[in-house]
Design a binder for this molecule. Structure first.
Ligand code: PLP
Length: 229
């Protein structure tokens, strides 16, 4: 079994290769290490290997890890489904939230972000692959949500995120990512200063980089398979 450090090196190499292949600037795609369900020790090992941005899906699972690693220079990203009763914990302890798909949740995060913290970085999760996905705002409703969120002073709207259904082959994988990029370009043309496209996971990193991802979220290929999702 390769170590986390070795797996991280392999993923970084894949990322650099994809940037070169698709004509992206070197180091322009950021790597978010998705540590959900993995212990603090695994995060510490990746941190020692130079990885500083980590993603978590569930507050229950993340809480002890954040506590154990509180004195470490880690940027924490919340990427999972967010219920109203968890917004305060997330607004207090995370630097980014990628999974905002309702104004109600955005307002709660805004109201609960501590005054002494910098604004919380936000990506809006968009349902680009249709009915089979339960999370994410519909593309038709995105512009209204984006403009409303951009007005909230304790949030900083950074861009869009998607979690498309798994697909085989580069072309099929690229289609939803292209859609997300086009939605982002429309919002930018409409005056929103967005700089983040959060898309691509272990199985479709290359397709996401081809379509303009600025941040890929990689779990399995860094930390190994998970027992639970
Ligand atoms: C689990 C998860 C990932 C990482 O997926 P892998 O296939 O393990 O790389 C990325 N994004 C979100 C939203 C996830 O829930």
């Amino acid at each position: 079994m390769p170590t986390i450090t070795e797996r991280l090196d392999t993923v970084r190499q894949r990322l650099r290769d994809a940037e070169r292949r698709w004509g992206r600037e070197p180091d322009s795609v950021h790597l978010l290490a998705v540590s959900k369900t993995k212990p603090a020790q695994a995060v510490a090992e990746a941190l020692a290997a130079g990885q500083t941005a980590f993603g978590e899906n569930y507050w229950q699972d993340a809480q002890a890890k954040l506590q154990a690693l509180a004195d470490q220079p880690i940027e924490w990203h919340f990427i999972g489904p967010l219920q109203s009763n968890k917004t305060k914990s997330v607004a207090t302890h995370f630097d980014w939230v990628h999974s905002v798909d309702r104004l109600k949740i955005a307002r709660r995060l805004n109201d609960q972000r501590p005054q002494d913290a910098s604004p919380l970085n936000i990506c809006l999760q968009v349902n680009v692959s249709g009915e089979d996905s339960k999370s994410g705002i519909a593309p038709e409703a995105l512009a209204d949500l984006a403009h409303a969120v951009s007005e909230l002073p304790r949030l900083r709207l950074r861009g869009l995120m998607c979690l498309p259904a798994p697909a085989d082959g580069l072309d099929a994988q690229r289609a939803p990512f292209r859609r997300l990029r086009e939605l982002q370009e429309t919002l930018q043309a409409d005056g929103l200063a967005l700089d983040t496209l959060s898309m691509g996971m272990s199985g479709d990193l290359e397709a996401a980089v081809a379509e303009g991802a600025t941040l890929v979220r990689i779990g399995t290929d860094i930390f190994g398979a998970r027992d639970q999702v």
